[in-house]
Ligand binder design. Structure first.
Ligand SMILES: Cc1ncc(COP(=O)(O)O)c(C=O)c1O
Length: 415
């Protein structure tokens, strides 16, 4: 039976966690803080749970330099459940609600005029891969396709397949920014291996950072909201983190009344996805999996302890960049491989490539040889095939070096 040290896992999520965190986790599962009770058994409203929550929030604030204040320039850090997919919906419920409330106020409560205005409301989506596509489809399902404007669809710029991010001068954002309830993008497309090099522009910018959270600095202040599931770079599956600007939360902005939204034929979301409710209750509106929050806090603490730069996440960024560069150098150095996405938008987190032109037998042999060396989780997503190597934070440099060596040997026919 292989031990943890024998195996390196490159799966796209859930993903590896630092061994030291898991060792400590196995202790606190049995006995948290010498209380005689395990961490999954304590109340989410206990003093211990509150301290865990505060520690994780503080870690994230320090790592990403998230402004802390009750004023409009501050951001809330929320822990939710329902994964990144839950946030595809939460984003729509929330941004539509505040757009309607603002319009209703401007129009002095005239519902006929409001109904006319709502027809112009748009949700702008940058579709650069499978996850932003799914998010845009959820927006169309909830709010109606007539309200969704596709600002860019990368497939139109690359023979019907994802793998690029077109130049911003080809984008078609809603011309009237006053009508734009949100501009949505996915910072790193996990399935297709493309990553934005910098945050795009757009009114009421919302980002899905599920698969590159905590791997580089983020211009938080440019965003109305940022969210991501924990199960890749942050922790265990079970919590989703949302960083939400106070500008889009009460009391700085009003929310539309549920009755009004219903009258306008617009969606009213479940309360567990309602950002203002979660913010008002410091993420404790309902039972929060505190163990998952603890794990995230420990992972963040490790990043802080290792950090020598400013912003604090810059140290991790250097490591992520170096690991990705090692692997891409191997892939680019041999005709046996080709990287699927365009060079300029290659993801540092999910490296998608084909072996010997996508030959099924060659790819099978590549995966089999890798597995026999304890290099696991390299199969591409079922929707696109090929090979995908996920280079998340807890994948050690030694694992990347071992994989790079294997790639070289395979390309040279030594396998
Ligand atoms: C970029 C991105 N967004 C959203 C999701 C959906 O996350 P979940 O499965 O937690 O709903 C994923 C899942 O892998 C993802 O990679």
């Amino acid at each position: 039976m292989p031990s943890r040290e024998d195996v390196h896992y490159f799966g796209a999520g859930p993903a590896p966690l630092p061994t030291a965190v898991l060792e400590e986790a196995s202790k606190v599962l049995l006995n948290y803080n010498d209380s005689g009770i395990g961490i999954t058994e304590i109340s989410h409203r206990s003093a211990d749970a509150n301290a865990i929550l505060a520690h994780t929030q503080s870690g994230l604030r320090q790592l990403l330099d998230i402004p802390e204040s009750d004023g409009p320039d501050g951001y809330q850090i929320l822990f939710l459940q329902g994964g990144g997919s839950g946030e595809f919906s939460a984003v729509v419920y929330h941004m539509v609600s505040i757009w309607v409330a603002r319009k209703a106020k401007e129009l002095g409560g005239d519902e006929d005029k409001l109904r006319e205005e709502v027809k112009k409301m748009k949700l702008d989506y940058l579709v650069t891969g499978s996850w932003s596509l799914k998010a845009s489809q959820e927006a169309a399902r909830l709010a109606g396709a007539e309200h969704v404007n596709i600002v860019t669809d990368s497939r139109k710029h690359r023979d019907g397949k994802f793998g690029t991010i077109a130049s911003p001068d080809t984008y078609t954002p809603t011309a009237d920014t006053d009508a734009t309830a949100l501009t949505y993008y996915c910072d790193n497309e996990t399935v297709d291996g493309v990553e934005f090099q910098a945050a795009p522009d757009g009114a009421n910018l919302v980002a899905d950072m599920s698969s590159n959270f905590l791997s580089r600095p983020v211009d938080v202040r440019k965003h109305a909201a940022i969210f991501g599931g924990a199960q890749k770079n942050i922790g265990t599956t079970g919590i989703t983190i949302a960083i939400v600007s106070n500008r889009i939360l009460p009391p700085h902005t009003p929310m539309a009344d549920a009755g009004l939204l219903r009258k306008l034929g617009l969606p009213v979301g479940p309360v567990v996805l309602d950002w203002p409710t979660i913010a008002k209750n410091n993420s404790l509106y309902n039972t929060l999996p505190i163990f998952d929050v603890w794990i995230a806090g420990q992972v963040m603490q490790k990043l802080l302890d290792a950090s020598t730069g400013s912003p604090r996440i810059a140290t991790q960024q250097s490591e992520s960049d170096r690991k990705a560069a090692t692997l891409y150098a191997e892939l680019d150095g041999s005709d046996a491989y080709h990287v699927v996405p365009d060079n300029s938008v290659r993801s540092r987190m999910n490296l998608c490539f084909r072996v010997r032109g996508g030959d099924a037998e060659a790819e099978k042999a590549f995966l089999k040889g890798a597995e026999s060396r304890g290099l696991l989780g390299l199969k591409g997503h079922r929707s696109v095939g090929g090979i995908r190597c996920s280079n998340y934070n807890a994948v050690p440099v030694s694992a990347v070096e071992k994989l790079a060596k294997y790639m070289k040997e395979f390309a040279e026919g030594k396998i």
